[in-house]
Design a binder for this molecule. Sequence first.
Ligand code: ZN
Length: 454
Amino acid sequence: MGLKLSFLGGAGTVTGSKYLLESISHRLLIDCGLFQGGRTLREMNWKRFAVEPAGISAVVLTHAHLDHSGALPLLVKQGFNGMILCSEATAALCEVLLRDSGHLQEQDAKYASKRGFSRQKPALPLYTVKDAEAALRLLRPISFHADCELPGGGNLVLRRAGHILGAASVELEWERTSVAFSGDLGRHDDPIMFEPEPLVKGDYLIVESTYGDRSHPKVDPQRAIEEVVGATTKRGGTVVIPAFAVGRAQALLYYFERIKLAGGLSNVPIFLDSPMAVDASEIFCKFKTDQKLSYDECKRACAVATYIRSVEDSKRLSDSPVPKVIISASGMATGGRVLHHLRRFAPDPKNTVLFAGYQAEGTRGAAMISGARTIRIHGQDVPIVADVRNIDALSAHADADEMLGWLKSGRIAPSRTFITHGELRAAHALQSRITKELGWTCVVPEQCQEATLN
Ligand SMILES: [Zn+2]
């Protein structure tokens, strides 16, 4: 009997990545992410897992972003007790991200109880900090490129995927079948992250398609940032940048440091208002061999911003009329401190809201980019009068050409390729390019679809 692969998330959407691989005796889960975006997606986080978590032998984690790791505390809370295999940097980042996620879930529940808009009384958190800590105890960091044994025989190898610190593509050899998962793929020529490494093995391939239907414009991100920030601050405005705390926040610090070094934006103060991004920046400097910057370059980039930790300082920052840049999480404006900055700055035409990466359907970020006149924050309609910009070139995801280039550079010719982690249009666009240019058989699986391998 061959293997069975089920798509429990990340199919037809960019969030909730969860792929279950089953042999006759064992179950492996690749990624265990939270669904993010509109209400229907978020409600899927409350459903029970399709299989008993206690019956899963191990989890393999491609990277630390919550749409890949954020449901681990739930899995553990519901009985999973195996090991969670991931790279060393991913483990270090999860320490920060999962704890913070537990904390946010607790806060959301408290807020819902207070406002009375929860069906449960009192409202329960999806999981707590304690649940997150139980998941962290199961993390088993492994080195890139090293053979690692899997429960039930077989092995796995992690290859660098670029994208963010610690991000990996995974090659599994299990029950005489090799299955490769791209994970989220980074850019070529990224100033900070290495290029995604070509795949060596993969009878079957599961590949992401976030930008499967797009090419990143050939603009220089550094120049684009300098132009937007320069124009806004010149008219006395503030630039609010919603940014993923892990990855984009550090890339932005790097670009601002380069701009200032070249003499640009000399009087513009930069603030990093996200305790999590501050912690992630420290981890970033520690993992010297996992990115291109030297320790000194890393420290210099981190020093370009004033770090804001306390809520009081964050509120004071919102009230200050001085033209400035505020980098704050979350990246798609789905939560976090960036919300109170948007409430304060978005209604004024002097200001700019600058997006620095992919905005999933159903998020406030996607609504603002497509021209929404108001967005709802904490029960209030906030008018969007500020200039709204999106610099796609800042994305941490490969575009369609880069993805094709990466696939061609590998030594594989999979008998079937599954296209996941993209809105349907992007997934289908990538499917037709792979079919045409590589001649591979591709499938765009639906949520909960199952496939037999071999
Ligand atoms: Zn990611």
